[in-house]
Design a protein around this ligand. Structure first.
Ligand code: CTP
Length: 396
């Protein structure tokens, strides 16, 4: 619950601004007070009247509104909140925040405040990926701003990729975690994520199609519930989440060392697609054509990190693995759970037709000692949130 918490909500001008209405409603349902500030551009997308009605609050729009200055100056307005949330945060708003520009009420409040700030970016994928936005994002993170999302998906402009405003439930979870102790506050969780790269020689390696998207979403969801997360990641396409301790490990053996060093923990979630073998006779130099015909690689088995953690002396009270299968998913995953000695296995079908490996959705079956529970096909973020809540319930 957010009873008594005061949130100053700055609504930026983007197509996602209408979702701020639901955010206001749900924040108020949880007991928060919401003071809305609309940028001029936001008023092109949502009306001040609907925002004000939903928030049951006066809304603030103009820096030079003298009545407001007499009643409550912008300095006071910016400091009378427990948290400032910018949703949606447009590329333009992020750029002005990053460079300390204060040319309207929203940016003046952001510059004048000493209250924590959280932003939920939403913009076209090209704008999100533009080097200037990347730079502004890095500046904002370094300045201590918490960033929620954006998520990947189809966009209003018809393009596909990262740039969608996070789900309202996710923004609320993040706000709740920031303002209250989450159910995992004080807990330490180790997460592995992404593929591993096993060298053949200094320039070539064996890899797999894991993007690291599911592991990153799990790290973020656990963080949002208050956990301290050690995020051990292989060379993944998807960036690690903010607010977690990132340990990079390229090979299975490096990942094994990193996980061992990260224990003890209250839970371990092994979402990495770890290579089962490494090349034992990897070349110290680039293997050249014609040096005696086709190269012959010999393989040696990698340590099974999940099996090791499950049997470790410092075994976390809850060990969760994944089972990436291409056939007989539940039977294979059930056998894998027993073989590896973990508590839970999330089984997923990674056959090429499923679109799961490298895709944005997942369809998993949770296998525990009690049996198998099939979850609907969900975004990787929603799958992660379900898992994080289950972990929190289990550890409670
Ligand atoms: N795993 C691990 N270390 C390894 C291999 C796998 O920690 N060396 C973990 C993965 O992170 C995942 C689980 O074990 O949580 C299952 O991975 P998967 O690739 O499905 O299983 P494999 O061990 O490769 O088994 P199989 O070859 O029978 O599919």
């Amino acid at each position: 619950m957010l009873t008594g918490q005061r949130i100053l909500l700055i609504i930026g001008g983007g197509i996602a601004a209408f979702r701020a209405l639901e955010l206001i409603r749900r924040l108020r349902d949880r007991g928060a007070t919401v003071t809305p500030v609309l940028t001029a551009a936001a008023e092109e997308f949502v009306t001040p009247l609907s925002v004000s009605a939903l928030a049951a609050s006066k809304i603030y729009r103009d820096l030079f509104d003298l009545t407001d200055e007499a009643e409550m100056g912008h300095i006071e307005l910016s400091r009378s909140a427990d948290l400032i949330v910018v949703a949606p945060a447009t590329a333009n708003l992020m750029a002005r925040m990053a460079s300390g520009i204060a040319d309207d009420l929203a940016t003046t409040l952001l510059l004048a405040t000493d209250t924590p700030v959280m932003i939920a970016p939403a913009m076209n994928v090209r704008m999100w990926e533009h080097v200037a936005t990347r730079r502004n994002l890095a500046t904002l993170i370094a300045d201590g701003v918490t960033v929620i999302g954006p998520e990947e998906g189809a966009m209003a402009c018809g393009e596909y990729g990262p740039g969608r405003l996070s789900e309202v439930s996710q923004i609320i979870d993040a706000i709740t975690a920031r303002l209250t102790d989450g159910p995992l506050t004080g807990r330490h969780v180790v997460v592995t994520s992404g593929p591993t790269h096993e060298p053949i020689d200094p320039v070539r390696y064996i890899a797999n199609r894991s993007s690291g998207a599911q592991g990153a979403a799990i790290g973020a969801a656990l963080r949002d519930l208050g956990a301290r997360v050690t995020f051990v990641t292989g060379p993944a396409e998807v960036a690690p989440p903010d607010g977690v301790a990132v340990v990079r490990a390229d090979t299975a053996r490096a990942m094994f060392d990193a996980v061992r060093a990260a224990l003890p923990a209250d839970a371990a979630v092994m979402a990495a697609a770890v290579a089962d073998w490494h090349v034992e006779n990897a070349g110290a130099q680039k293997i050249k054509k014609g040096d005696g015909g086709l190269p012959s690689l010999t393989f040696a088995e990698n340590p099974d990190i999940l099996a090791w953690v499950s049997g470790a002396e410092a075994r976390p009270p809850l060990v969760v693995g994944f089972a990436a299968e291409t056939e007989d998913v539940i039977a294979h995953a059930t056998a894998k759970r027993a073989r590896k000695g973990c508590d839970w296995i999330l089984a997923n079908d990674v056959s090429p037709g499923s679109g799961i490996m490298g895709g944005s959705e997942n369809a998993v079956t949770l296998i525990t000692a009690e049996g198998a529970e099939t979850w609907p096909r969900l975004s990787k973020q929603e799958t992660a949130r379900r898992l994080a809540r289950r972990i929190a319930d289990h550890l409670a």
